[in-house]
Structures are given as C-alpha cells and as structure tokens.
Design a binder for this molecule. Structure first.
Ligand SMILES: [Zn+2]
Length: 383
C-alpha cells in the first residue's frame, strides 16, 4: 500500500515517514482510530515504506524487490495477526490467522479500510465467534523469534487487538522488549477494549476520522462515483471511509428516493401500493435493507437536529434539505423521534433475521400512523 493512496492524513504520514528517516522507530505502536479511519491502511503503507529499498521522501517506490512483496502482503518478514473464526475440519482452538491468510490478503487488497463486519462477511460468517486465541499468541512469539528472511526489519501487524482478551498477556514481554529489529503495530478501533497491560507498553498514534472533503474526493477520484450520489454517501459515511466504500458499491445507493417513496406510501396506506413496496424491499437482501434503514436514521437525525436548533448546517444534500423543509408541516419533533425509534428497532430486527415482509409491512403501518398523528401503540406491531 502507498501512502499516496490514503486520502488526507498528512500529519500522520509525515510523522511516520520521519520516524523511518530519522531512525526513531518505536518498537511497539498502537494506531488508534474509530472504524474506517485508516489505521490498518497507514500500518500497511508504513510497512511498505520501511521495507522499501528505494524509498523517496514521500512514499515507497512500488517496484523494488521488497515493494513487490509488501504491496501484495506476501513479504516473509511481514506477519499478520487478526481475529478469525472456526474453520471446517479443524477445532477452533487450533485455527490461527495463518489459516485465513489468502482471504485476508484478498479482503485487504479490496478494501484496506475494512471493519470487522466487512471481514466476517468476506468469510461468509455472520458474527459472534471471532477471536484471537492462545495458539495465535504462541505463533506470534514463534514468528518473531525467527531471524529475518530477507529484510533488515521484521514487522508484525495485529489488526483488532481488542480481540485478544486475556491471552494477550502472553505477549507482554514481547511488546515490552521485542526481539532486535522487530516492530509491532497494533491497528485498533476501541481503546477501552484493549488490555491495559498492552496499552501501557505501546506508543500511541491517534488517527482522526476522514473529513467530508477527503471522503468525497475518494468517492469521485478513486471509486468514480457519479456526482449526484457523492453528497449523500459522504453525509451518510460521517468520516468512515469503509462505510463510504460499501455505500458506493451498493446497487441501490440512491436511498433518499427510496426513503421518500416509502414515507409517501406509508402515509397514504393504499393496500396494493404498500404490498408492492413491501415485496420489492423484501428482495433487497439484509445488507442493503440495513444500509437503507441506516440512511433513514441519518436523514431523520439530521432533520431532527435542524427542527430543534432551527439551523440548516446539517449533513444533507441540497435535494434532501428541500425535501426536509417540506416535511416540517407534517413531522414535528415528537413524531420524528418516534420514527427514529421505529427505524432503530427495524435495523435490530433485520440483524436478527426477521421475516422482511412482515417486518416492513408492520413498520410501514406504524410509520404511516405516526405521520397521520394517530395514537400509536407500537407494541402491537413488534415482530
Ligand atoms: Zn520499494
């Protein structure tokens, strides 16, 4: 990975480049930022830079013998550890990152800003059982005790050290005093979930979320998203580049039209039209339904903020703001809060695999009632 492929982050890049040029490498570092802020991407770019035999002041060369391997994540002196799940034919306690390296390389090459959901989806696993187990820790100690194969340094990148649990304590000595020329980089999202014993032994690099401008530039320049979708995706992503990439890859990225159509149909409550809409959204698939509902939440939260504060510096596109301003006649603060609550519950139900036809029919009726100001007993419609 090149530094130049990561949007923005000039402070972080300058700092990392300087540590290599001035030979002030910290042996155990924690790259910390919320989901989709590029901590893994920076770790990968830094690794390529450090290993490169022909680096410039700004980036790795991309073509030396080291770059040909680090850019494909196959350098023998660069090790990866990350949460994994059970593998068919093996006991869970025997499964380590090594078993998943081909999928890992593929996923990271496709999206170095990935989060746990993206990773688990790529393994076709829903959730739950991912962890970093004892055997992984034993393997780490073993790998780092080896001599380097061809480079001056060896590097271990641990993605999501939050998943270490207490097994991570086996690595304390290693983190405190890594073997010679060894660099350990932890790429994490949630500081509070990392073992304190680890936190106190690493040098922290905090990474800020991407700005809206960086996200929209990435959407237009790297992902070639059509201009009319960029504002909506940027607003919805809220600085999370992984979310922006997912939204850009969705077929139905134009959720605002779909949302306003839903509200119109729910308000009119015309049975044939409602039935057709429910059938249509049932076919979307869970991921797409969830993104649509997340969009709805985003829209109504911004709408609510502008209702309460009277300000219009909200993260909505021009068209969305126009629609929002028309809605003020119909939806006051309390109705909007009710709709937000329905959407929140609906996301939970989609995640729990509820029957989409029943779910969206019931929630359409509830939202219709809220909009028409009827008294709503939401419990009737819970599925
Ligand atoms: Zn190079």
């Amino acid at each position: 990975m090149f530094f130049k492929d990561i949007p923005g982050k000039s402070t972080e890049k300058k700092y990392l480049i300087a540590t290599v040029q001035e030979d002030k490498l910290a042996h155990a570092q924690l790259f910390l930022g919320r989901s989709g802020t590029g901590q893994l991407a920076l770790a990968l770019a830094f690794t390529s830079y450090l290993m490169c035999k022909n680096r410039s002041d700004q980036d790795s060369c991309g073509s030396c013998t080291a770059c040909l391997k680090t850019h494909k994540y196959i350098h023998p002196d660069v090790h990866f550890s990350f949460p994994v799940v059970k593998l068919d034919g093996k006991q869970r306690k025997d499964v380590t990152s090594n078993d998943f390296l081909p999928q890992w390389r593929k996923s990271v090459a496709a999206n170095p800003y990935l989060d746990m959901n993206t990773w688990l989806n790529s393994l076709s696993v829903d959730n739950g059982q991912a962890n970093i187990n004892v055997k992984e820790c034993v393997e780490i100690v073993k790998k780092l005790s080896l001599k380097t194969f061809e480079a001056e340094h060896k590097i271990l990148i641990v993605w999501m050290p939050e998943y270490f649990k207490n097994e991570g304590n086996r690595l304390l000595k290693l983190i405190e005093e890594p073997p010679e020329n060894t660099i350990i980089i932890l790429a994490a999202e949630k500081q509070e979930q990392i073992l304190n014993t680890i936190l106190s032994r690493v040098q922290l690099l905090k990474i800020a979320p991407f700005s809206d401008q960086e996200i929209s530039d990435y959407l237009s320049e790297t992902l070639k998203v059509v201009p009319e979708e960029i504002d909506q995706i940027t607003g919805l992503a809220s600085g999370d580049l992984n979310a922006a990439i997912h939204l850009a890859n969705q077929d139905n990225a134009n959720y605002s039209d779909a949302l306003f159509q839903w509200l119109r149909i729910a308000y009119k409550m015309e049975p044939v039209e409602l039935g057709q809409w429910v059938t249509e959204i049932s076919r979307w698939g869970r991921e797409n339904q969830k993104n649509f509902l997340e969009y709805g939440l985003h829209f109504f939260r911004e709408y609510l903020f502008s209702l309460i504060t009277g300000k219009d510096n909200i993260r909505l596109s021009k068209e969305e703001k126009e629609t929002a301003s028309k809605m003020t006649k119909l939806l006051d603060v309390s109705k909007t809060e009710n709709i937000i609550s329905v959407l929140n519950d609906c996301i939970g139900a989609v995640e729990r695999n509820a029957n989409p036809k029943i779910l969206f029919l019931a929630d359409s009726m509830t939202i219709g009632r809220i909009m028409r100001n009827a008294k709503v007993d939401r419990n009737i419609y819970q599925v």
